[in-house]
Ligand binder design. Structure first.
Ligand code: DGL
Length: 294
């Protein structure tokens, strides 16, 4: 059975008492982790949040595994040293399915990861035809294949590694519309019809960028399916580890900072988009990919 990558570790067990105003660091290759941030913040509105986009190394989906491990550890070393979070949420399937065991070995901090929602997909399907829409990296992971063997062996799982969707989600957040045809091409492989007429009825959104494009997917899908976003389950996991929010009137008022490791794409339009999601401070902490993981 694959190890539970979503579980917290060493520093935190299940919370018996709520940690007051914890510092939660959410980390992704880019802005996909915002879909997780939204759910976690709803669960713990009193927390201090730091959102880190490792945009200097984006997209992770194309990085060879040893490079990605080295990169995430190097970036985490810097971030944990500087910000001392109570909890780190690795809001990226491409990183979580590979790097969490190394992070837990290297750091005493608690980590929660995001992994493809195969288990709920297997529970939800009626046709037994599931598709997993992810980055090429996540689709290739041994961890993903173990999850399928453990939780969906009775289903027919189609793996769709989308080379461009994470980029499309970033573009849309920054205010550049991506045309329907390009999005359709990326999701087309998810829709399968079996010889006996059964059709795919559940699609796992196994990259945190993809829920940003969900309204487009729903519109462009050749037939309606259930799209499974793991973010609400991650928020539950965070609550399990940190405990519930104390009731206060003005709980969401803390400014949320977005940190970029590159910052090339930080335009005025993107700043507006971030501000509308509650991230009003933007900082660049430069960590070029070449300097760390060449
Ligand atoms: N948001 C990341 C994930 O959940 C992937 C995007 C990338 O390729 O960097 O997998």
């Amino acid at each position: 059975m694959p190890i539970d990558l979503m579980a917290g570790t060493t520093a935190l067990g299940a919370a018996t008492e709520s940690i007051q105003e914890p510092t939660i660091l959410l980390f992704d290759s880019g802005l996909g982790g915002l879909t997780v941030f939204e759910q976690v913040r709803r669960a713990r509105p009193d927390a201090r949040y730091l959102y880190v986009a490792d945009d200097a190394a984006f997209p992770y989906g194309r990085l060879p595994e040893p490079i990605l491990i080295e990169r995430v550890i190097a970036v985490m070393e810097r971030l944990i040293g500087k910000h001392a979070p109570d909890l780190v949420v690795v809001a990226c399937n491409t990183a979580s399915t590979l790097v969490l065991p190394s992070l837990r070995e290297r750091f005493t901090s608690s980590f929660v990861g995001v992994v493809p929602p195969i288990k709920p997909a297997a529970a939800a399907t009626r046709s037994s035809l599931i598709s997993l829409l992810a980055t090429p990296g996540t689709v290739a992971r041994a961890y993903t294949h173990d999850l399928i063997a453990t939780y969906a062996s009775a289903c027919n799982v189609t793996l769709v590694g989308a080379p461009n969707l994470a980029n499309f989600a970033e573009a849309e957040l920054a205010g550049s519309a991506v045309d329907d045809e390009a999005v359709s091409r990326e999701i087309a492989g998810c829709f399968v019809t079996a010889d006996d007429g059964r059709r795919t009825d559940v699609v796992c959104l196994a990259c945190t960028h993809y829920p940003l494009l969900l309204p487009r997917f729903e519109l462009l899908a050749p037939w309606p399916v259930t799209w499974i976003d793991p973010a609400p389950a991650i928020a539950k996991r965070v609550l399990h580890l940190l405990g519930a929010s104390p009731p206060e009137p003005d709980r969401m008022s803390k400014p949320v900072r977005a940190i970029f490791t590159g910052g090339e794409g930080v335009s005025t339009a993107l700043r507006h988009s971030l501000a509308s999601r509650g991230l009003r401070e933007v900082a660049i902490e430069a960590m070029p990919l070449s300097g760390i993981a060449s």
